[in-house]
Design a protein around this ligand. Structure first.
Ligand SMILES: NC(=O)c1ccc[n+]([C@@H]2O[C@H](COP(=O)([O-])OP(=O)(O)OC[C@H]3O[C@@H](n4cnc5c(N)ncnc54)[C@H](O)[C@@H]3O)[C@@H](O)[C@H]2O)c1
Length: 330
């Protein structure tokens, strides 16, 4: 049995022998979580999903996963002990976003900070082999033009960014106190199939692909020269899996492509994928005017051997074709 092995040896044992592991994913019904489930199930591991369905799609969680429909902010220490019994890996993705309508600061702190602290302590008690936390570029608070590096002093500008930074510090602290093995992914702008404009992040990619699917021109705020670092969801999932199974641990690493792409370039690429003539509609400039937010991926590459491999055109095509097949009302 995998769970009979001591913490630290479990991952190498399970991955070498191909023995199934038990993997708990908070936020598993969300955009990245659902893709992660597919990856983990494909490797033959057992999955427990804890998700309240705030922005995720609970009905898209596969039937062969155990789904626990709970707000993680309401889960007590003993509840976590029960949920984590026999778990090898925890992916902690559930989070409240600063740009989701109706989410209060208190709810954001309760999920992103308090529940992260409860979960980290419970993961240590349960001797899970690894806890992987999805942090964010918003932990930096930087607006460019330099690439964001893990050695930068983080100065978040939003409560969401602060809460993600706090999540990282919680893991570091619990790890030091208990020996919990953890890794954090500072995800940049993740895009791909299964992301919806009305849930989770308001991705400019999904918003504009949905507009074009409805015959409307894509929109661009201001001069369109603001730039972002896009990571295809399958690359992000591969990074999360590598962070869960590779050594070394207790790292905060950028999951970024390293390339700042302007909204003008991105929109041109999207129009190319859609294959129809659209002239983008210009909207008033917003706070992103003049910004360039991209991460340096080199530490991630040298530390765990991950780098983004998907090219934008292929990623956008996958997103577009999946969106066309999906229920347009979703
Ligand atoms: N998508 C990106 O570009 C991006 C970038 C940086 C960081 N991240 C981080 O990656 C993680 C996943 O992002 P995503 O894009 O899949 O978001 P998402 O909104 O699609 O998924 C989040 C999931 O967490 C669930 N959830 C939220 N609060 C919860 C709570 N209190 N209890 C139980 N379930 C709860 C939601 O219902 C949803 O299913 C998040 O932690 C997010 O902050 C994402």
């Amino acid at each position: 049995m995998v769970s009979e092995h001591t913490s630290g040896s479990v991952l190498s044992y399970a991955t070498e022998k191909g023995a199934p592991m038990r993997i708990l994913i908070t936020g598993g019904a969300g955009f990245i979580g659902r893709r992660l489930i597919g990856h983990v199930r494909g490797l033959g591991h057992d999955v427990i999903v804890v998700d309240a369905g705030f922005t995720g799609v609970l009905t898209d969680v596969p039937d062969d996963c155990r789904l626990v429909e709970r707000d993680i902010a309401s889960i007590t220490g003993s509840d976590w002990d029960e949920l984590l019994a026999g778990c090898d890996i925890v992916f902690h993705l559930a989070a409240r976003k600063y740009n989701t309508p109706g989410v209060t600061a208190e709810q954001l702190i309760a999920t992103n900070v308090n529940a992260t602290w409860q979960l980290a302590q419970a993961a240590a008690r349960a001797s899970v082999s690894r806890l992987v936390f999805t942090s964010s570029l918003y932990a930096y608070g930087a607006l460019g033009p330099d690439l964001m590096r893990e050695t930068d002093v983080p100065l978040p500008r939003t409560l969401y960014g602060s809460s993600k930074l706090m999540g990282e510090h919680i893991l570091r602290t619990v790890g030091l106190e208990s020996g919990l093995s953890w890794n954090c992914a500072r995800l940049f702008f993740v895009y791909g199939p299964g992301q919806y404009a009305d849930g989770g992040y308001k991705s400019v990619i999904v918003t504009n692909l949905e507009r074009m699917a409805a015959g409307l021109a894509p929109t661009i705020c201001g001069d369109g020269e603001q730039a972002l670092d896009y990571v295809y969801v399958d690359d992000a999932v591969e990074a999360l899996w590598t962070l869960a199974t590779a050594e070394p641990t207790s790292q905060v690493l950028n999951v970024a492509s390293g390339r700042a792409r302007s909204i003008n370039d991105l929109t041109a690429a999207m129009i190319g994928v859609v294959g129809e003539k659209f002239t983008p509609e210009t909207l008033a400039a917003d706070w992103t005017a003049g910004t360039s937010r991209a991460g340096d991926p080199s530490l991630c590459r040298t530390t765990i051997g991950w780098s983004a491999t998907s090219d934008l055109a292929t990623g956008l095509a996958g997103t577009w074709h999946t969106l066309r097949r999906d229920d347009p009302g979703r």
